[in-house]
Write a protein that binds this ligand. Structure first.
Ligand SMILES: NC(=O)c1ccc[n+]([C@@H]2O[C@H](COP(=O)([O-])OP(=O)(O)OC[C@H]3O[C@@H](n4cnc5c(N)ncnc54)[C@H](OP(=O)(O)O)[C@@H]3O)[C@@H](O)[C@H]2O)c1
Length: 274
């Protein structure tokens, strides 16, 4: 049972964050919903309350430390404890590096995905250290394990989340605090693709439908790891083979991606542009 534990979910206004917030609320957790779109957060919080759950909506921009600090303080004032932080807020912008906008496509994703994860973790730590327990669950991506062309900046942000998670796990274990990182492949029915500009892609190469996850499946994996903490969760598990291949034979994977994706994509872009 959740014993009325408190979870903060960042990026709770849509997709995986929303699904996770709803699932934990249904399981008896008190849920802090954090994101920028307050109207969405309020609607989700009201829905949760109507179903008998407890939710607090706090407008938050995770890329701004003051905003994060305010949100965490509001959670502590309301419920007096923080058991889980799910660092989920994030987005990616797709495109060749030379064509990405230095602010919108580079600085912003790094600020939300990486700085946001670091800021939220910093802000909850004093409370978790005082409690001598807590669990920080970081949303990475399979691209936090596999460098992927057209997702260079997003890949960098998620590799950053991976490194941060490993280092922090080793730093805070003495306080009874756990740190996990989740590495999902493609997830359907979230707003991620619409915000990524991926319609610019010319080839039809993407995650096959049978490998795609739903936001609910990812939420269930987050719930499982909250019950039985693990350092790393790769979803779906078959992607572990791709990661293994990438680690064991990086130059084979380099060639494969160059020939099957990059050359074709660049060629098709030229055809379309001419
Ligand atoms: N979809 C996939 O294929 C996939 C695969 C692997 C990992 N992921 C990761 O899963 C996480 C959730 O993505 P999703 O697919 O559920 O996409 P989504 O539906 O677009 O959700 C992204 C969430 O992040 C929030 N967000 C963005 N900027 C923010 C900011 N500055 N401050 C606070 N919140 C912010 C958004 O809320 P507001 O706009 O209201 O702020 C939204 O709630 C991301 O970290 C993503 O990298 C996604």
């Amino acid at each position: 049972m959740s014993e009325n534990k408190v979870i903060i979910v960042t990026g709770a206004s849509s997709g995986i964050g929303e699904a996770t917030a709803r699932l934990f609320a249904a399981e008896g957790y008190r849920v802090v919903l954090a994101a920028r779109r307050m109207n969405r957060l309020q609607a989700i919080a009201e829905d949760i309350r109507r179903s008998g759950g407890q939710a607090l909506a706090v407008p938050t921009d995770v890329s701004q430390y003051e905003s994060v600090e305010r949100m965490v303080q509001e959670a502590i004032v309301r419920w007096g404890r923080i058991d889980i932080l799910f660092n989920n807020a994030g987005f990616g912008r797709v495109g060749w590096l030379e064509s990405l906008d230095p602010v919108k496509d580079v600085r912003q994703p790094l600020a939300v995905n990486l700085l946001g994860t670091i800021y939220c973790s910093q802000a909850v730590l004093p409370q978790m250290i005082e409690q001598r327990r807590g669990h920080i669950i970081n949303m990475a991506s399979i691209l936090g394990l596999l460098g992927t062309p057209t997702y260079t900046v997003y890949t960098a942000s998620k590799f950053g989340v991976r490194g941060f998670s490993q280092a922090l796990r080793r730093e805070v274990s003495i306080w009874g605090i756990k740190v996990s990182a989740i590495y999902p492949g493609g997830v359907s029915e979230t707003e991620f693709a619409a915000k990524s500009g991926s319609q610019r892609r010319k080839t039809a190469i993407s995650t096959p439908r049978w490998l795609r996850l739903t936001a609910q499946q990812v939420a269930q994996a987050v719930y499982r790891v909250a019950q039985r903490p693990k350092s790393i969760v790769v979803l779906p598990w078959m992607l572990r083979y791709t990661v293994w291949l990438n680690n064991m034979m990086p130059s084979v994977v380099d060639k494969l991606i160059e020939n099957r994706f990059v050359r074709r994509e660049r060629e098709m872009s030229k055809v379309v542009e001419n």
